[in-house]
Write a protein that binds this ligand. Structure first.
Ligand code: C5P
Length: 418
């Protein structure tokens, strides 16, 4: 029976106290809580009195699954030190939306209600503020001075965005969207913890390459880059510093963690970008579907269809993965093998021939896995063992593959060091 691989994101099980103040953007906090919960983050809500005029506490209670806190004192309050208990529970206090008023109070240490009191009980680094206010209030020198003071104290300020405002004006002061805030929260947890790959430098290639024939045509393949991008994200989630060298794809740069994306088109450009970044690299992952051949003579003008048949001469591209593995001091090197048949035989052959530490093989040419699909199934081989990662979403498969990479990297580096 296959051993279950357990993987956890670094923000799973973290506790966020969400402070909601009196702005129209309070409605966005409903989606914010749902998205935080979807990422495995627990949320407890504190509302100011003004916030309850915009959305009822009942709404947030239902969404967060926890009682909403609105008062310091009163019959509902079970403990005289509830503010301290909330501060102790919180890994992060996020105020979203944050009005000019709460921003001023946090900056000046005023504690005249539950939210401002909990803010004062936390250290600056564990505080984040997503401003939401009218353009004029945002631009007011008092607010700007408060924001700059909070910034220099190391308090996280996320936003605001520019755009249409509830008051009908256009300009800066809108609260950033819930999805963006969640990315900031995840980044906060990834960047503030010692994680298994903290301090490790990783280079990963992804997507197809495009080999030009003439100024308007090229040859390429069906790779979407989804597996490589999911892996880049999973590696960064574990604290790695990731250089993602990407062929042409229609994906946005993964948003969480330390990822630099370098975009290239051809195999030769991909090789150059890899070798520009390979010094000091601990782990190299080659997920890119690099074209094996490029056009020998790229026409500088569009080719005309004057002949009935035509020939294009191709020359072999460098094997980027093979060249990385052949370095004097190679990083821990992981290859991919996309095969239509004889998966195990070809994958093991590549593992040996290219002197890789690991190879992840998948069958392509079937509709629900591999190229351009959201799902994948991988058979992972290394020198004396293998594991099958059953068909699942690529982001889940990526987490599991990173888990195996970390185990094998640890095992092989301990062997090297002893
Ligand atoms: O030999 P093959 O192309 O089948 O091996 C696939 C693996 O090699 C993948 O990890 C791919 O990223 C890498 N590769 C490469 N450079 C090439 C061809 C493949 O890095 N020119």
């Amino acid at each position: 029976m296959q051993e279950q691989i357990k993987t956890m994101k670094p923000y799973t099980g973290k506790n966020v106290v969400l402070g909601i103040t009196g702005g129209i953007a309070a409605y966005k906090s409903i989606e914010l809580i749902r998205r935080l919960n979807d990422s495995g983050i627990n949320v407890r809500v504190i509302m100011t009195k003004a916030a309850t005029e915009f959305v009822t506490p009942m709404t947030f209670e239902a969404i967060s699954g926890n009682a909403v806190h609105t008062e310091m004192f009163g019959p509902r309050i079970k403990s005289a030190i509830e503010h301290i208990e909330l501060a102790r529970w919180a890994d992060l206090l996020l105020i979203a939306p944050a009005t000019a008023n709460i921003i001023a109070k946090v900056n000046h240490g005023i504690a005249d209600d539950l939210l401002s009191t909990v803010s004062l009980a936390l250290t600056d680094i564990d505080l984040a503020i997503a401003p939401a206010m009218n353009l004029g209030m945002w631009q007011n020198p008092a607010t700007q001075k408060n924001i700059s003071d909070l910034n220099s104290r190391g308090i996280n300020i996320w936003g605001p965005a520019s755009g249409f405002q509830a008051c009908g004006e256009i300009g800066s002061g809108r609260m950033i969207e819930a999805a963006e805030i969640v990315d900031y929260v995840k980044n906060y947890f990834v960047n503030n913890q010692q994680l298994p790959l903290s301090g490790k430098k990783i280079v990963i290639t992804a997507g197809p390459t495009r080999e030009p024939v003439d100024p308007v045509r090229f040859i390429t393949n069906r790779s979407s880059g989804k597996m490589g991008y999911a892996l880049a994200q999973a590696l960064a989630d574990n604290g790695a510093e990731v250089k993602l060298i990407s062929g042409p794809v229609s994906l946005s740069k993964p948003a969480v963690g330390d990822i630099e994306r370098i975009t290239v088109e051809t195999a030769m450009q991909m090789k150059e970008a890899v070798f520009d970044n390979i010094d000091g690299c601990d782990i190299f992952v080659g997920t890119a579907a690099v074209a094996d051949y490029r056009i020998a003579d790229i026409a500088d003008k569009k080719l005309k269809k004057s002949q009935d048949d035509m020939r294009i001469d191709l020359i072999k591209n460098p094997d980027i993965l093979g060249e990385v593995a052949a370095l004097k001091k190679p990083p821990f090197t992981v290859g991919f093998a996309a095969e239509t048949d004889n998966l195990e035989k070809y994958a093991k052959g590549k593992l040996e021939a290219k002197k890789l530490n690991m190879i992840a093989a998948n069958i392509v040419g079937v509709s629900d896995k591999g190229f351009d699909s959201d799902k994948n199934e991988l058979h992972v081989f290394w020198k004396d063992n293998s594991k099958i990662l059953q068909l699942e979403e690529k982001r889940v498969i990526a987490d599991k593959l990173v888990h195996i990479i970390m185990e094998r990297y640890d095992a092989e580096n301990k062997i090297k060091n002893t």
